[in-house]
Design a binder for this molecule. Structure first.
Ligand code: APR
Length: 262
């Protein structure tokens, strides 16, 4: 029977890795935000168990008023737009940033919680865009997402651009839409040049984002996975922790701060 190291030992090893690493990249998925009240996608009660991802393709969104209505009701219901607060995992990642130990955060999330926790904007690469802004597909005018969700809540079921009447689309990347090229290039570069790659709360099933840990491992980086469920990268991980992101990252940072950080 294979003996797994105790959680305490894994936390010790993880903290030691953070101490000795020079170029650390943190990669997050929806699992880092569930403790802030934002559901993830593929857990048993995740968003894709309630909504059909087919309704959220780019084509469907721009061609059907119904699909746009569904998007705004999803936003309203799933708390993606509620004033979610960063949790202990976000705060720990921000602390790593403040220690100067972090090259960057690569996130698939659109909730803006890493920036809200204190990671500097230029060090957070949002591969799937964000739900903070809505962009007019006609004239590129930007609106705060909250203003549009409020209009929908007040009964406007397909608010258009005030300037040109164009379709308004959240600044998030929909299925079938290209990822933002600059963020993708930056994330790829950092992943292929780090010495420690930490994955927190992702099932690693959506590409090209899910290539990032592979780039890191292929470049010789050590991989740490914190995820409640197994992923296809488990065997490549130096440390594998199946516990909650918030509690784990809080414990790791307490251990890191026990010794002076170089
Ligand atoms: N602590 C640790 N792991 C957690 C926690 C938690 N508190 N909560 C959830 N998880 C794990 C789940 O077990 C799951 O494996 O986080 C993972 C989240 O996986 P997904 O729901 O698939 O989310 P993600 O990997 O970010 O999805 C990628 O898919 O639908 C698209 O665009 C969407 O960006 C998203 C992409």
């Amino acid at each position: 029977m294979k003996e797994y190291p105790s959680l305490e030992l894994q936390i010790e090893q993880f903290a030691r890795l953070i101490h000795v690493s020079k170029k650390i990249v943190v990669f997050t998925g929806a699992g880092v935000s569930t403790e802030s009240g934002i559901p993830d996608f593929r857990s048993p009660d995740g968003i894709w168990t309630k909504y059909d991802p087919e309704d959220f393709t780019y084509q469907r969104f721009i061609s059907s008023k119904e699909a746009r209505k569904k998007m705004y009701s999803l936003l309203g219901e799933s708390g993606l737009m509620a004033d979610a607060e960063p949790n202990n995992a976000h705060l720990a990642i921000a602390e790593l940033g403040k220690m100067g130990k972090l090259d960057c955060v690569i996130t698939q999330n659109v909730d803006g919680l890493h920036q809200k926790a204190g990671n500097s904007d230029d060090k957070v690469f949002e591969l799937h865009g964000n739900m903070v802004w809505v962009i007019c597909l006609g004239c590129n005018k930007r609106y705060p997402m909250g203003d549009i969700v409020d209009k929908v809540k007040q009964g406007e079921d397909d608010p258009g651009c005030e300037e040109c009447g164009g379709i308004l689309k959240p600044d998030a990347v929909f299925f079938g839409e290209a990822l933002p090229q600059i963020e993708l290039n930056e994330a790829t570069g950092y992943s292929a040049n780090c010495d420690l790659f930490i994955v927190i709360g992702s099932s690693l099933v959506v590409y090209p984002a899910a290539y990032m840990p592979t780039y890191a491992v292929n470049a010789g980086a050590k991989l740490v996975l914190i995820n409640r469920e197994p992923t296809h990268m488990d065997r490549a991980a130096h440390i594998r922790i199946y516990e909650g992101a918030g509690d784990t990252m809080k414990k790791v940072m307490e251990k890191v701060k026990e010794k002076p950080v170089k």
